[in-house]
Design a protein around this ligand. Sequence first.
Ligand code: FES
Length: 191
Amino acid sequence: MNHPMPPETSEAPLAPGQRLPRSERKEFSAEALQEIAAIAAKYPDKLAATLPALHIAQREFGFTSLDAMKAVAKALSIPEGHVFGVASFYTMYQKQPVGKYHLQVCTNISCALSGGAQLLEKVCQRAGVQPGEGPSKDGLWSVEEVECLAACGSGPCLQVNHDIYDEYVDERKLDEIMQACKRGEYREWAK
Ligand code: FES
């Protein structure tokens, strides 16, 4: 299916009072464009490639900035409004910069019953930032309170960047994980 080329958008906020931060990168790399084209070729409608293209954008741009969304629309030749709608619906697309290690704590019911709120508090104390506050001063950490991570039987559950800890995370385990991050033993957010 053909879609009209996205219109040139203004810098208008997405919602009243909301203005997204800019990212340093404005365009996809040639490799990312090839990756997106290969994904889009699998579908009869390019709109179907929006989600994977946004993941690639998040990886390349560091977060799902307005420029990243525009680049996705341009790469797929689909309306920018569609990309904005998809990106703003899913919380997994970070619309604000995050730290090198984005610590996501589940506080849904099963995790709440086994100490999710307490784990979130400990994570915030150690990271030195509150949920949604953006990266810590050293750029290492950011924290997010998230919905169910699909590991309800072994919570409270923690996800570091794209890796879920589906095992009980107590203070000792949390310290181990954060120390390992500092030693560079974990994949960084945008790599
Ligand atoms: S409720 Fe926390 S992983 Fe499901």
